[in-house]
Design a protein around this ligand. Sequence first.
Ligand code: PGA
Length: 259
Amino acid sequence: MQNTYKHSTISNLMLFKQAEHASVFVAQEIANLILSKQAQGEFAVLGLATGNTPKGVYRELIRLHREENLSFGNVVSFNLDEYYPIEPDNDQSYFYFMREHLFKHIDMKPDNIHIPHATCGADSISQFCKDFEDKIASFGGLDLQLLGIGRNGHIGFNEPGSSFDSKTRLVNLHDVTRADAEADFGSLEQVPQQAISVGVQTISQAKKILLLALGERKSKIMNKVFNGEITREAPASILQSLPQVQYILDHEAAKRMQP
Ligand code: PGA
């Protein structure tokens, strides 16, 4: 692609001048996985993300489905997280987000879609989380995990302080995360205090991890998690230690990256 360039020394960092091209690259990686698994008669097991960041990826996947006949018939998906509690038809739920931004436009089988259950009662959450992990394992783990990043370094809703050994569980949302969601919910009071999130360990075990960061507001944290120390205070920093990670950034998000 003409307006892409790769960091000269760090092969797992892809920089794109435009966010749209970064998104198209990620969508193509996902499509390539789906196609190669189709050729082998296997499921492609995807870990999916929500937020503003992956919207362009999902737009491109929908285009590939509509215009290039990409089928999602062999795709099994697990979403990273969901607010707790929240009703699935609440337009701020990630269930709603995924339906509107991807699932209703493609040919995924509803039974193959897994999103953390935000309506299960408090007494069944831990069983739900265990079952979610077991289900991922039953498909042989995640083939590809798509990640955004929070300004506090979270991945999924693994907030600062999350253990690198964590699995799917109920978490308390960090102030920065809730503040960033305030505009969408209308007021801070309406932003849930908790969420169900897959763990840092769950993410780390994915066979391939694509972290997409777009825009200037991600540049400070990207420099920290890419070049700084590996610390639970910035959970995405653990990705430095994993060989299967690729970072895909637009020019703005890479602004403060030190060489
Ligand atoms: P955003 O959120 O894509 O809306 O910036 C990313 C995240 O918090 O993981």
